[in-house]
Design a protein around this ligand. Structure first.
Ligand code: NCD
Ligand code: ZN
Length: 357
């Protein structure tokens, strides 16, 4: 039997994305708008997006940066801090534009200095979120420098996420960019459903964590463009993530965590964490699913389960991927003269997303 040469699916969305701000927006918004209908936009700007008014202003800047005729829809989030007032949750919910509140443990990753220092401090906010159905989006890593960097996700789950789940059994939680078998197993053990019948527990998975193990960081030398947080893990964890993503389990859905850093910020004595995947996101996911002969399962993961979790309609439009090799450019235009290096630069990808009308 000849293999199918095209794959058509409901237009996907990105449930975890960094767009940055200002002069970055025309680049980042165009990359994502070419791939996705909607995206959950992370609030870790400098300074962070901490209230509804700031989220609405940021949303307007993103909309203004869209390419002509693009209907790309940014779904906004708030950055949770020790001093977020519980009353902010009702304002966020009523705005209709804010779809989640992001928990960064203080110091866990890029632009997380204003994050939460102790989860007990934000319990009144989590209470308000549980009441209103506002999802908590979690960067699940401890910041304790005594804990090995490769163990920080598993330790976070045990020390912090389990207690939050027990204290707030009805809270909608997304464990973002999961990287370990431990995280996938923890998500699978959460069976709660909301009033609409959608899961209370979700998890996003990036393309890079599906495609690479930590060996990619050290292949023939130090490879800064493969460095992100949470950091790539052992091969057995990658296998567990592939199992989860291709299982058809609606608790696992697409979130690129595409995180643009200019070339000089990555190729540095202390390189920034974050991989740029948005420009070729679907092609990268298709490659990962093809590795498991699971392309028929890509649509649920990329186009259905995230929308269902967030209580949003699935997209009406469709997109097509064609089996046609394309080379990822070595560098793409971005803020300075140096540009930005996308993930898998120089590699040949087996699938190509056909332009969306
Ligand atoms: C993200 C960034 O650059 O904003 N970096 C990353 O490595 N993923 C922040 C984050 O999601 O952790
Ligand atoms: Zn992120």
């Amino acid at each position: 039997m000849t293999e199918a040469q095209t794959l058509t699916l409901i237009r996907p969305d990105d449930w975890h994305l960094h767009l940055r701000d200002g002069a970055a927006l025309p680049h980042t918004v165009a990359w994502s708008a070419a791939q996705f209908a909607r995206a959950i936009v992370m609030p870790n700007l400098m300074p962070p997006v901490v209230d509804t008014a700031q989220a609405l202003a940021y949303r307007a800047r993103i909309l203004a940066a869209r390419p002509a005729h693009s209907a790309f829809e940014p779904l906004m989030t708030l950055y949770l801090t020790d001093s977020t007032p519980p009353a902010e949750i009702a304002r966020a919910k009523d705005s209709g534009a804010v779809h989640g509140v992001k928990l960064y443990p203080a110091g866990a990753t890029t632009n997380s200095d204003s994050g939460v220092t102790a989860l007990s401090r934000v319990y009144p906010v989590l209470e308000a979120m549980q009441r209103s159905g506002m999802p908590l989006l979690v960067h699940g890593e401890v910041t304790d420098t005594e804990v090995d960097v490769f163990d920080r996700e598993a330790v976070f789950i045990e020390r912090h996420l389990d207690p939050v789940r027990r204290a707030f059994p009805e809270l909608k939680i997304v464990l973002e960019h999961i990287t370990t078998a431990d995280a996938a197993a923890w998500v699978r053990a959460q069976h709660g459903r909301d009033a609409r019948g959608a899961p209370l527990q979700g998890a996003t998975i990036t393309a890079h964590h599906l495609l690479y193990s930590r060996n990619a960081l050290f292949a023939g030398g130090l490879r800064p463009h493969y460095y992100c947080l949470p950091v790539l893990k052992r091969a057995r964890h990658r296998a567990a993530l592939l199992d989860a993503a291709t299982s058809g389990d609606a608790r696992f859905f697409l979130g690129t965590d595409s995180a643009p850093h200019a070339r000089a910020a990555k190729e540095s004595g202390c390189g920034c964490a974050g991989c740029l995947t948005a420009p070729h996101a679907l092609e990268l996911y298709a490659q990962a699913f093809a590795e498991r002969d699971a392309l028929p399962r890509l649509e649920g993961f990329a186009s259905c389960f995230g929308a269902d979790f967030y209580g949003l309609p699935r997209n009406a439009a469709r997109v097509t991927l064609r089996r046609e090799a394309q080379r990822v450019p070595d560098v793409l235009p971005y803020l300075g003269d140096d540009g930005i290096v996308p993930l898998a630069a120089g590699d040949s990808l087996p699938w190509r997303l056909l332009p969306v009308a």
